[in-house]
Design a protein around this ligand. Structure first.
Ligand SMILES: *[C@@H]1O[C@H](CO)[C@@H](O)[C@H](O)[C@H]1NC(C)=O
Ligand SMILES: *[C@@H]1O[C@H](CO)[C@@H](O)[C@H](O)[C@H]1NC(C)=O
Ligand SMILES: *[C@@H]1O[C@H](CO)[C@@H](O)[C@H](O)[C@H]1NC(C)=O
Ligand SMILES: *[C@@H]1O[C@H](CO)[C@@H](O)[C@H](O)[C@H]1NC(C)=O
Length: 439
């Protein structure tokens, strides 16, 4: 007997429903009919309660519960859901059984000075009173901002197959008053080799030419999906993204973070102020990695003005096929960033095409001079990760992982990053001519 209490509860509810219906005196025959069924059901229930036929019982319960007793909770389809009675926000919940003792990982945005014990709440078989204590893991990379990306880990209660979850401040709180979020990654399978995660598009960003060229370059390199978190963008970029979304290459995730918080346009609280680092970049990168975990072999964590470019292989597929056998335990492949200053143009004008003249943005094919990084100072990387081996990521490195790290040699792969120069004092002759994009 696994769930007699649920059965009893249902039995009682059924009684109430039946009584209400039969309150109509004009329909006595109906009442008798209903009573007959009612008695029959009682016999069946007693039978199932007193035998070991758990299967029969379950089938009966699920059949009976189809109609009247559905879980009466609200389920949010939004990307950001305020958490009642707290200053925190829930973003997404994922099935994740990689850490022993836990089944669910909720990604949230938490106010660091207000973190108190919490409890996950589940609906099991139509009854929403099951809870389990939550383990709260704020990400260490908060750069001084009051809010930070936070993971909430929970165990699913026994004999429960929940499709949604919420978080309570007291295990005795009434879950019906709370908004639940769906649990993702329950039924996904690998269908992509490479997913690129682009965090938080905001302001009136309208660098259409570079965006379009970069997306096309990703396609040539074997990327199957680009996930973009959208707070806002410029009008031409909007049209471009709509069309890539229609063809299924781009997945747009609404990211209205400015409706809830004062997101910072910078990365350091002491310098830029605001509630949350760079429009929630760390939250979106982690959300994207978990969203891709069961469906994509690799995830590329870079910005839209960066291209992770193999220099010895035709594309990312053959690059990773060649790295994989020697580095099967590696979850984090670090790729060094190389800047191609936008102020230096390629002299022949070969790619200065008239049809692109009116398109707003940078033409990356015109910038072929590469700065060498200054070797004495910190130089950032971006990553190709195997999402199943990563637990928490930041922007330039992974914070918690199950696998190892490997720094991919420069000759094999580097990031082509067309933007303002980092070492503007260098003369053109001191830069390296690099036409890899032209290939
Ligand atoms: C949950 O509800 C069931 C059925 O109504 C009841 O038997 C059980 O005691 C409740 N559990 C808690 C923890 O309240
Ligand atoms: C819980 O809240 C729901 C909806 O607000 C309400 O209908 C129900 O009576 C409440 N249950 C308890 C035990 O307070
Ligand atoms: C993934 O890569 C393999 C080669 O390793 C290729 O055969 C397959 O078609 C690729 N899948 C997609 C969806 O691109
Ligand atoms: C991006 O978000 C803005 C603001 O919500 C919205 O108006 C726009 O349609 C979105 N663009 C795309 C391509 O999803």
């Amino acid at each position: 007997m696994r769930t007699p209490p649920a059965i009893l509860k249902f039995y009682l509810r059924l009684g109430i429903v039946m009584n209400t219906r039969t309150g109509n005196t004009n329909c006595l025959w109906k009442r008798d009919f209903v009573l007959l069924i009612f008695t029959g059901l009682m016999v069946l229930l007693i039978y199932s309660l007193t035998t070991e036929k758990i299967r029969t019982e379950r089938i009966l319960v699920s059949k009976l519960q189809e109609k009247p007793v559905l879980c009466p909770v609200a389920i949010s389809e939004e990307s950001i859901t305020p958490l009642k009675n707290t200053k925190h926000y829930l973003v997404s919940a994922f099935m994740d059984q990689r850490v022993k003792g836990f089944d669910i990982r909720i990604i949230g945005i938490f106010k660091r000075d207000s973190i108190n014990p919490l409890h996950c709440s589940f609906c099991c078989g139509g009854v929403c009173n099951k809870t389990s204590p939550a383990t709260i893991l704020p990400h260490s990379d908060h750069f001084g901002f009051p809010y930070t990306a936070t993971d909430v880990l929970c165990q699913i209660p026994k004999n429960c197959d929940p499709s949604s979850v919420t978080v309570l401040t007291q295990p005795s709180s009434n879950a019906s008053d709370h908004v639940f979020i769906p649990i993702r990654n329950k039924k996904e399978e690998i269908r992509f080799n490479f997913t690129v995660c682009i965090s938080s598009l905001f302001g009136d960003y309208n660098n259409v030419l570079q965006f379009a060229q970069t997306l096309e370059m990703y396609k040539l390199l074997g990327v199957n999906r680009v996930v973009i978190y959208n707070t806002s963008c410029g009008p031409e970029l909007e049209r471009l993204l709509q069309s890539y979304r229609q063809e299924g290459f781009v997945e747009m995730v609404p990211w209205p973070i400015d409706r809830f918080l004062n997101p910072s346009r910078g990365w350091l609280f002491s310098k830029h102020g605001g509630d949350l680092h760079y429009f929630g970049q760390i939250v979106t990168l982690n959300e994207c990695m978990y969203r891709s975990m069961e469906r994509s072999r690799y995830v590329l964590l870079n910005d839209i003005d960066e291209i992770i470019m193999p220099y010895k292989h035709e594309n990312l597929v053959s690059l990773m096929n060649s790295l994989e056998p020697q580095h099967s335990n590696v979850g984090e492949f670090l790729i060094e960033n190389h800047i191609f200053p936008k102020k230096h143009f390629e002299p022949s004008g070969r790619f200065h095409l008239p049809q692109w003249e009116k398109v707003p943005g940078i033409n990356i094919l015109e910038h072929i001079y590469r700065e060498d990084p200054e070797r004495g100072v910190y130089h950032p990387h971006k990553m190709i990760v195997k999402p199943k081996l990563i637990e928490q990521t930041s922007v330039h490195e992974v914070l918690r992982k199950f696998g190892e790290r490997y720094k991919v040699p420069l000759e094999v792969c580097r990031i082509i990053h067309v933007c303002v120069s980092m070492r503007g004092y260098l003369k053109l002759e001191e830069l390296n001519e690099d036409k890899r994009l032209w290939d």
